[in-house]
Unconditional design. Structure first.
Length: 204
């Protein structure tokens, strides 16, 4: 990034040898400084990309197993018609909303609650990632690996306690691995997008 005319005009001259070196484009210290709002908003956008990347992987697996729905129908849960066949995000959202509202939710809301909870979880987690990553001197794509793994771990810690998942030791290794890899795809895609959004164009 260049120095403004005002900064050049008001720059004090210092003896040679005591001058502070400015960050060089492409160096680790050349990351753009982000405000908390800027970091969180970039995190939200990155989370949307990460959620879509993870869902694309899950949809590919669904089709390989013989699923017939198109991506839009699958993504927006068009086949979910009741709470009994609703996936985990719907169950979590149902409990939160029913606790807040103090009344039960009709079955016709299962699809909406599933979509809203699924996307809200990804976006809110990524906004928090943005706040943390935005405060670091460098924003590495590999930071997405522990981010995704942490979300996977939290899920298997919280959801069994809520009675939505079984305890982690009751799942086979294949199931856990597939779920973990999906979360890693989410984490890495989110981190890569956040880095792209928060790095000056000349430093990419």
């Amino acid at each position: 990034m260049g120095i403004s005319a005002y900064e050049r005009k008001n720059e004090r001259r210092v003896p040679h040898g005591n001058q502070t070196k400015l960050p060089v484009a492409g160096s680790k210290s050349a990351c753009a400084t982000l405000t908390p709002l800027g970091a969180a908003s970039r995190g939200l956008v990155a989370g949307a990309v990460g959620t879509l990347a993870m869902d694309s992987l899950l949809f590919m697996r669904y089709r390989r197993k013989g699923g017939a729905e198109g991506f839009a129908d699958w993504e927006f849960s068009r086949s979910v018609a009741s709470w009994e066949d609703a996936p985990a995000p719907a169950q979590v959202g149902k409990r939160l909303l029913e606790g807040f509202l103090g009344r039960g939710l009709p079955a016709r809301r299962a699809r909406l609650v599933n979509n809203a909870t699924h996307w809200a979880t990804g976006l809110l987690a990524s906004a928090q990632y943005g706040l943390v990553a935005g405060s670091l001197p460098s924003r590495r794509i590999r930071y997405g690996l522990p981010f995704g793994a942490a979300l996977w771990s939290v899920g298997y810690a919280v959801l069994p306690a809520a009675g939505i998942y079984r305890p982690i030791w009751r799942y086979d290794r294949k199931t856990l691995t597939k779920d973990l890899t999906a979360h890693l795809v989410f984490g890495v895609s989110t981190a890569a997008t956040f880095r792209l959004l928060s790095t000056p164009a000349g430093d990419l």
